[in-house]
Ligand binder design. Structure first.
Ligand code: SAM
Length: 282
């Protein structure tokens, strides 16, 4: 069964009276080259793959071909009979019905992948939860090696931007704390059914054992990062002072001690400089 074929997908879904739910980010991949490339990037024969949102299983089957095991979390119960059919020939693939944002992923990985040497995430993410799900995957400190996911192109560019460049934002720095990010390839909107209004990109996050720079207080570091990029047109000093209520003089002094101008903008700071600033301000 070719699940990247529009006709096949229609034959599976039409008898169920299935209608695509925009609110669940239901844009199914119909490009035959994309899923094999994602699966190859994410897994080898020793990997357990956790997928979020299998849809009709187009990526699930490609992962099942290269990985030791695949467990896919799907929120939409209407896809139960479809997935039972499309995954019938893949005994190493299993679906858990539930909300990926709510489930205890640490417990799920422990339960399902004890026989796998390594675990990775591979998914065509529902775009309405791209950043929250990526941050959940990273901050839960799951025992995973990498995250290979399809995201909206602009989100991919932001997530993979270099910290210290114009394209960086709070999420760039937050991701860089946990992982090394790279944009693998772009995917046009016509590769989906129904086509979304935006183009997409596949990114890979390789999870780091330690952050690029240690910080004294993680919680403060993340609130500082949020504040730094909250008012992008303002200088770092102004936006941090306005957002966190820290005196401008204290911030200006910390910047001077780091050899930075008092009028510097947040996007000009490297990861190491942001970490050092956090330690000075906390
Ligand atoms: N993997 C399929 C593909 O590539 O064609 C479908 C991808 S589609 C972009 C996103 C999928 O995520 C849909 O099947 C949707 O029902 C599911 N989904 C949406 N929100 C979810 C959530 N919170 N937890 C788990 N799955 C979710």
């Amino acid at each position: 069964m070719n699940l990247a074929d529009i006709k096949t997908v229609k034959e599976l879904l039409t008898p169920l009276g299935f209608s695509f739910k925009k609110s669940l980010g239901q844009n199914f991949l119909i490009d035959p080259d994309v899923c094999p490339a994602m699966a190859e990037s994410a897994a080898d024969g020793e990997t357990g793959i956790l997928e979020i949102g299998p849809g009709v299983g187009v990526l699930t089957v490609e992962c099942a071909k290269v990985a030791k095991k695949v467990v896919a979390i799907e929120l939409d119960n209407r896809l139960k009979p479809v997935l039972a059919k499309t995954l019938a020939d893949y005994p190493n693939a299993e679906v858990v019905f539930g909300d990926a944002m709510e489930l205890d992923l640490t417990a799920l990985i422990k339960e399902k992948f004890s026989d796998c040497k390594k675990v990775a995430i591979c998914a065509n993410l529902p775009y309405y939860i791209t950043s929250p799900i990526i941050m959940k995957l990273l901050t839960s400190k799951l025992p995973i090696e990498s995250i290979t996911v399809m995201v909206q192109k602009e989100a991919g560019e932001r997530l993979c931007a270099e910290v210290g460049s114009r394209d960086a934002g709070a999420v760039t720095v937050a991701v860089a704390y946990y992982a090394k990010a790279q944009l693998l390839f772009e995917v046009g909107r016509d590769s989906f059914m129904p086509p979304p209004n935006v183009d997409s990109a596949v990114i890979r996050l390789d999870v780091l054992e330690n952050p690029p720079s240690k910080v004294k207080n993680e919680e403060f570091f993340f609130s500082l990062i949020k504040a730094c990029f909250a008012q992008r047109r303002k200088t770092l000093c102004n936006t941090v002072s306005n957002t966190l209520g820290i005196g401008k003089e204290k911030i200006a002094n910390a910047l001077t001690e780091l050899g930075l101008s008092e009028t510097v903008r947040s996007e000009a700071l490297t990861f190491e400089q942001l970490a050092a600033l956090s330690d000075k301000l906390m």
